[in-house]
Design a protein around this ligand. Structure first.
Ligand SMILES: [Zn+2]
Length: 203
């Protein structure tokens, strides 16, 4: 309690988007929260919390590169509210993996952090090591180029069996769907019964 007080006095919590002071660490100010556009037409197989706009982009950048891991519970809660149905009878949660070189540079995989938070909320276990990224892939390019870039970029971890399992795949944002599609293909070919996708934002 005392240290919370001291930390707040010297490093007051700020909104990750506009840097105004907020009451609670890891929260958005009311103005920025109001700029989130919630997705209302989610299916049970593919759910996203919000539309990819300037506010959600800033949130993802803060989590990804800004060392704002304190935002993970908020983002996970919004994802869970939007897509709690994807966890129904699910066996395991996993995430889109980063290439090991990116892990070294960033220290953590933001999708794995979200997956761990969603495991706490849903009670479904999380295993971030089911898929491996064997190639670093550029995010730029046309839709067609993106689909070609990610082909063969992911493999199944041979030490883990997903035979007959319903897998929930987590990522921060889905744009073309190329990455998620490639991961889902690897999981299905590896014996998964069903793959469902839950992301924070969708373009
Ligand atoms: Zn704000």
């Amino acid at each position: 309690m005392f240290w919370d007080f001291v930390l707040n006095a010297f490093f007051p919590p700020v909104c990750p988007v506009c840097s105004t002071r907020v009451e609670v660490q890891g929260s958005l100010c009311p103005d920025c929260f109001a700029r989130l556009e919630f997705v209302s037409d989610n299916s049970k197989e593919h759910a996203s919390a919000v539309v990819y706009n300037e506010t959600s982009r800033q949130l993802i950048l803060a989590l990804k590169y800004g060392d704002r891991l304190d935002l993970a519970p908020l983002l996970a809660r919004l994802m869970y509210n939007a897509g709690s149905g994807v966890f129904e009878k699910a066996d395991v949660i996993t995430c889109v993996p980063l290439h090991w070189k990116r892990i070294l540079a960033r220290k953590y995989n933001q999708a794995a952090v979200l997956a761990a938070e969603l495991s706490k909320l849903s009670g479904v276990c999380s295993d971030p090591n089911i898929l491996k990224r064997i190639r670093s892939t550029p995010k730029q390019g046309s839709r067609r180029e993106r689909f070609e870039n990610v082909r063969g970029a992911f493999v199944l971890n041979p030490d883990i069996t997903i035979q007959g399992k319903t897998v929930v795949l987590i990522d921060d944002v889905v744009t073309t769907g190329a990455t998620a599609n490639s991961c889902a293909g690897v999981l299905i070919r590896g014996g998964a019964k069903e793959v469902r996708l839950l992301t924070f934002a969708r373009a």
